[in-house]
Design a protein around this ligand. Structure first.
Ligand code: UDP
Length: 326
C-alpha cells in the first residue's frame, strides 16, 4: 500500500517524501507544480502532475494505486498574499480539501495527516501556545487552514492528525533539497540572500514590539523534524490512534535580531540591517508548547539549536543560490 503525498514537490512535502522513502514506504505524489518544483521530486516516488481540485486526477490516482493514507501539504501558504487575495486561499485550500475528502471517502481511504499552521491561533493570549487555546486567525491563510481542519472532523470513517507548524526552517543536511519560494517572504532565506550578494540588507519589520530587544519572537523548527512528525503521525493512525491536533515547534522564541546574529555567526559575514515598519498582522510572540506531540507521538526534535537550523539552510542556499534548476 502506498502513501499519497499531496504537495510532495513543495518545501515541507519534499522533505517528508525523502524521510518516507528512507523508511521504505511506497510514495505517490500529486502536485500541480504551482509553487512546488520538479527538481524537488524524489525519483523513488511515483509522480502525478495535477491539481487536487480536479476530481478526475484523484480518481485516476486512487484507481491506479492502493492508497493507504494521505499526507496533505497542497495549499497556498503566504500570509500577505492571502490578505490581498483571500478567495484564492478559500478556492485552492478549502476547495482542494473538499474534493480530496470526497475522493478519499469514495475510495475508502480512512487516514489523513494534515499540514496545518500556528496561524490558526491568531494573536495569542498567552505563551507558550497549547492546542486547546482559542483559534481566531488574523488572516485568510490561517482561516483557510482552520476551516480545513474543521471540515476533516465531520467526515465519516476518517481519522486525522492535524499538525500545526510554527516557523519551518532549514534543509536536509546533505543539501539536496531545500527552501525555494518564487516570491520569498520568510526571514531566514531573506537574511541569507545578504551574504549571498543577492540583497544589500535585511529590513527588520518593527523594533518596537514588547519583547526583550523590540523585535518579534518566533519558534523556528527544522523541516526534517517536521517531516519526522508526519511519519510518527502516520504510524500513530496506523496503530489505531484517535484523531488529534498537535503543535510542532521547539518551544523557544528567537527574535528577528537574534536570528540575524546567528546567521552572521553561521556565514561568517556581517549582515547589514535596516529598521522598517511593522508588517501587518504580525503577533509579537509565537511560541509553541509541543508537549502533546512529545507525549503522544513520542516526537523529539533533533535540531533545537537555531544556529544548526540556519547552518543547514545556508548549506542549501550557498550551493543553490538560484534555487532548484527546474
Ligand atoms: N521578518 C522581518 N523581515 C523580513 C521578513 C520577516 O523582520 O524581511 C520578520 C517578521 O516580521 C516576523 C519574523 O521575521 O516577525 C518571521 O517572519 P516569517 O515571514 O519568516 O514567518 P511568519 O512568522 O510570518 O510565519
Amino acid at each position: 500500500m502506498a502513501i499519497m503525498v499531496c504537495g510532495g514537490a513543495g518545501y515541507i512535502g519534499a522533505h517528508t517524501v525523502f524521510e518516507l522513502i528512507g523508511r521504505g514506504e511506497e510514495v505517490v505524489i500529486v502536485d500541480n507544480l504551482q509553487t512546488g518544483h520538479r527538481g524537488a521530486l524524489n525519483p523513488a516516488a511515483k509522480f502525478y502532475e495535477g491539481d487536487i481540485r480536479n476530481a478526475d486526477i484523484l480518481e485516476k490516482i486512487f484507481s491506479e494505486n492502493k492508497i493507504e493514507a494521505v499526507i496533505h501539504f497542497a495549499a497556498n501558504s503566504l500570509v500577505g498574499e492571502s490578505v490581498q487575495n483571500p478567495l484564492k486561499y478559500f478556492n485552492n485550500n478549502v476547495g482542494g480539501m473538499q474534493i480530496l475528502l470526497e475522493a478519499m471517502t469514495k475510495f475508502g481511504v480512512d487516514k489523513i495527516v494534515f499540514s496545518s499552521t500556528a496561524a490558526v491561533y491568531g494573536e495569542p493570549e498567552k505563551i507558550p501556545i497549547v492546542e486547546t487555546d482559542k483559534t481566531l486567525p488574523t488572516n485568510p491563510y490561517g482561516e483557510s487552514k482552520l476551516i480545513m481542519e474543521r471540515m476533516i472532523r465531520w467526515v465519516k470513517n476518517l481519522r486525522f492528525v492535524s499538525l500545526r507548524y510554527f516557523n519551518a526552517a532549514g534543509a536536509i543536511e546533505s543539501g539536496s533539497i531545500g527552501e525555494d519560494h518564487k516570491c520569498e517572504t520568510h526571514l531566514i532565506p531573506l537574511i541569507l540572500q545578504v551574504p549571498l550578494g543577492k540583497r544589500d540588507h535585511i529590513t527588520i519589520f518593527g523594533a518596537d514590539y514588547p519583547t526583550h530587544d523590540g523585535t518579534c519572537l518566533r519558534d523556528y523548527i527544522h523541516v526534517v523534524d517536521l517531516a519526522d512528525a508526519h511519519i510518527l503521525a502516520l504510524n500513530y493512525l496506523r496503530n489505531g490512534g484517535d484523531s488529534e491536533i498537535f503543535n510542532l515547534g521547539n518551544g523557544r522564541g528567537f527574535s528577528v535580531k537574534e536570528i540575524i546574529s546567528a546567521a552572521e555567526k553561521v556565514t561568517g559575514q556581517k549582515i547589514k540591517t535596516e529598521i522598517g515598519e511593522r508588517r501587518a498582522g504580525d503577533p509579537a510572540k509565537l511560541i509553541a508548547s509541543s508537549d502533546k506531540a512529545k507525549k503522544i507521538l513520542h516526537w523529539t526534535p533533533r535540531f533545537s539549536e537555531v544556529e544548526k537550523i540556519i547552518a543547514t539552510a545556508w548549506n542549501w542556499h550557498k550551493n543553490n543560490p538560484d534555487g532548484y534548476k527546474e
